[in-house]
Design a binder for this molecule. Structure first.
Ligand code: EPZ
Length: 448
């Protein structure tokens, strides 16, 4: 059995030039067939790893995907003094000794989800110093709602020079206090932060207008299995009754609904008959509903398997919304699909203000897409053609890969560091389905 302690390497920050970057070379227009295995959900796993700081006993997490973001979160926990041991898809975490209340900038600046540690760290130590995660490629992404929530629970919050959030529980209270918190927006991150901080707070916390995403429910289930008292996760009101201590557990992460949605698009865009397993079909309801409107048939085959069947594609309008609305994380891959669907579609992005950077790259492949404000008008073309393209963020990279699968000729996708943050072994999974693609390491990097 391979047993891997994760090494901290804060120095891996050298900028790699375009010529040195590995790229994906895709020969499009291959029909896919067979079944693909869906990995554990990245965004659940990251939140649950951060929440494991709450527990002083052993946490065993199963179905953890092998991703760059997961390694970064492991490094972050280790930098705080937490023991993290990986054995294939199992991660063992023990946070009995947290040595530091300060999260290293080098890690937090590279992954927004690392800000999720602020609630659990503050709860355990009474103090936390976490750098602001800053803006990112898809929008400004402030953390005001996280911080207002913690303040409502009695935390003192200051932004120190260098953009470090300093949070502490004042006086000799020792614990955060339960509070009634209304979120201006149903923010996933703010809901996670308040919910985890409330598990060990004194008294009851009520979150109104809470996010309802499946990853929130997974996090709540994880906390409940550790002994937390949480009701209403998955609805817009979550009630948490604080307990004094949480205990050891063995927990399995849900399948990744966004990875599953991306493979459904891969099937639809190549007009292929493929199956996905394991999935929780209910988590994909908004995605399946849109695929049905586009003309695709998606069939439930048992409780954890979906099959997509080839059909003609027609235009449809999409508006991204908080769950159970259509997910913003599927917007870019759907845009690739609509770019070769018959007719005109409009996609309205309402969650993030800068999430259309894939448009220019899809247009480079022959798509006809125009952006006005937060709307994109997509005029369906008969085919895309292969081109060199650059991924600008994680889901944009997935859009370019599925576009490449459908395009005539060769597509070269660069910017794979985005793809590797969120898709486990995507090229080998696609290869097993019959796609022709390979990762090419640039000659300058070979042997490094
Ligand atoms: C999570 O981001 C996901 N990330 C995102 O997935 C996903 O796109 C997003 O939820 C929406 O589903 C992780 O789980 C790690 P939000 P998060 O807080 O928590 C605004 C991917 O590709 N807002 O629900 O950051 C914010 O600017 C990633 O896997 C505030 O104004 O999303 C945005 O407009 C990308 N103030 C909206 O709320 C706050 O304090 C929703 O953000 C917090 C958020």
């Amino acid at each position: 059995m391979e047993d891997t302690a994760i090494n901290i390497n804060l120095a891996e920050t050298r900028t790699i030039s375009l010529e040195e970057q590995p790229f994906l070379e895709i020969q499009g227009r291959q029909e896919l067939s067979g079944e693909v295995k869906i990995s554990g959900a990245k965004n659940s796993a990251l939140a649950i790893m951060a929440a494991s700081l709450l527990c002083q006993d052993d946490c065993r997490l199963r179905n953890i995907p092998c991703l760059v973001d997961i390694n970064r979160m492991s490094q972050l926990l280790q930098a705080l003094g937490v023991k993290v041991q990986r054995n294939r898809e199992i991660l063992d975490i023990n946070a009995v000794n947290i040595r530091s209340s300060q999260a290293p900038y080098e890690i937090v600046s590279r992954m927004r989800a690392s800000f999720d540690i602020i609630g659990p760290l503050l709860t355990r130590l009474g103090v936390a110093r976490v750098p602001l995660p800053g803006g990112c490629a898809i929008g400004a992404r402030p953390v005001d709602l996280y911080l207002q929530g913690l303040q409502a629970m009695g935390a003192n919050i200051q932004i120190e020079s260098g953009g470090i959030v300093y949070a502490c529980i004042p006086g000799n209270k020792g614990r955060l206090q339960g509070a009634k918190i209304y979120l201006n927006k149903p923010s996933v991150g703010a809901t996670k932060t308040i919910m985890t901080a409330a598990t060990l707070a004194e008294g009851e916390t009520r979150i109104e207008n809470a996010a309802q995403e499946p990853e929130i429910v997974d996090l709540a289930n994880f906390c409940r299995q550790m002994g937390a008292q949480i009701k209403g996760a998955g609805t817009n009101t979550i009630i948490i009754s604080g307990v004094e201590r949480l205990h050891a557990l063995d927990y399995s992460i849900i399948p990744d609904r966004i990875e599953a949605g991306t493979f459904l698009i891969a099937g639809a865009i190549t007009r292929s008959d493929i199956s996905l397993c394991p999935v929780i079909p209910e988590h994909l309801m908004p995605v399946i509903a849109k695929l049905n409107s586009i003309g695709c048939r998606v069939i439930n085959e048992g409780s954890d398997r979906l099959r997509i069947l080839p059909e003609n594609l027609k235009a449809v309008d999409i508006e991204t919304l908080p769950y159970p609305g259509f997910p913003t994380d599927m917007q870019a891959p759907f845009m690739a699909l609509l770019s070769i669907s018959e007719g005109n579609s409009i996609i309205s992005e309402t969650i993030f203000e800068n999430r259309f950077r894939h448009v220019a790259e899809l247009n480079r492949m022959g798509a006809d897409i125009r952006v006005k404000g937060n709307h994109a008008l997509i005029r369906g073309v008969s085919a895309l053609s292969g081109a060199p393209v650059m991924a600008t963020d994680l889901r944009a990279s997935a859009a370019l890969v599925v576009a490449g699968l459908a395009a005539e000729g060769t597509t070269i996708v660069r910017g794979l560091h985005h793809l590797d943050r969120g898709y486990e072994n995507i090229e080998s999974k696609l290869q097993k389905l019959g796609a022709k693609l390979q990762r090419v390491n640039s000659p300058n990097r070979q042997g490094n």
